[in-house]
Ligand binder design. Structure first.
Ligand SMILES: Cc1cc2nc3c(=O)[nH]c(=O)nc-3n(C[C@H](O)[C@H](O)[C@H](O)COP(=O)(O)O)c2cc1C
Length: 190
């Protein structure tokens, strides 16, 4: 399966990096996009280089390369994940404003009825953000905010990240090794 991964310029770009690492353990061919905003956010929030991120993917495209294969519906993919998804990119996806390859690729997936998962990151959410989330959901996107989990007894930040990645991969029928699903039992009962 081919999955397009878009990393946009919201806080938590490391989530995109962690998703790429998780997808390396799957029989998935990854196609990566990094927005201009994400490039800046990587510098502010992490110590990884862009090359380290890009090397985790099977294919990488310049965000302005609107002639790339993923710009066309005739190039088959299983869908797309935008993680994290900035409010700007959310707005563009919600309204089909395909001015770069990230939004164009999402637009293509939606018109071809392929899965598009958005991991929107902003807090608090303003009215425009909430309206755009509803618009995106109406257009077929799955909205998976990076919410904290408590019911599976997380101990570390990595546990939180693994929970999020598990929920995202479930959308594509994939299982994440480190994901602890709800078992119906308290940890002390297990
Ligand atoms: C360090 C940093 C953190 C940011 N965090 C967020 C955020 O959490 N959510 C958001 O919507 N925008 C955030 N922004 C602003 C976006 O990067 C900005 O709106 C940018 O134009 C988004 O463009 P893009 O979606 O093409 O990456 C942040 C910017 C920086 C520099």
């Amino acid at each position: 399966m081919r999955i397009i991964v878009g990393i946009s310029g919201a806080s938590g770009v490391v989530l995109g990096l962690e998703l790429l690492k998780a997808l390396k353990e799957q029989a998935v061919e990854t196609h990566l996009l990094i927005s201009e905003g994400a490039r800046i956010t990587f510098q502010y929030e992490t110590e990884v280089t862009l090359d380290e991120v890009i090397n985790l993917a099977d294919h990488y495209y310049d965000i302005n390369d609107l002639a790339a294969p993923i710009s066309s519906g005739s190039f088959p993919t299983g869908g797309m994940i935008i993680i994290p998804c900035s409010m700007k990119t959310l707005s563009a996806v919600a309204h089909g404003y395909a001015n770069n390859l990230m939004v164009r690729a999402a637009d293509v997936c939606l018109k071809e009825n392929r899965r598009v998962v958005l991991v929107p990151r902003e807090t608090p959410l303003g009215k425009a953000h909430l309206k755009n989330l509803l618009e995106a959901a109406d257009n077929g996107c799955a909205i998976i905010p990076p919410m904290l989990t408590f019911y599976n007894s997380p101990h570390t930040l990595q546990d939180q990240v693994d929970f999020l990645i598990g929920k995202i991969l479930m959308q594509f029928g994939l299982e994440h090794r480190a994901f602890k699903p709800w078992s119906g039992m308290r940890e002390t009962d297990e």
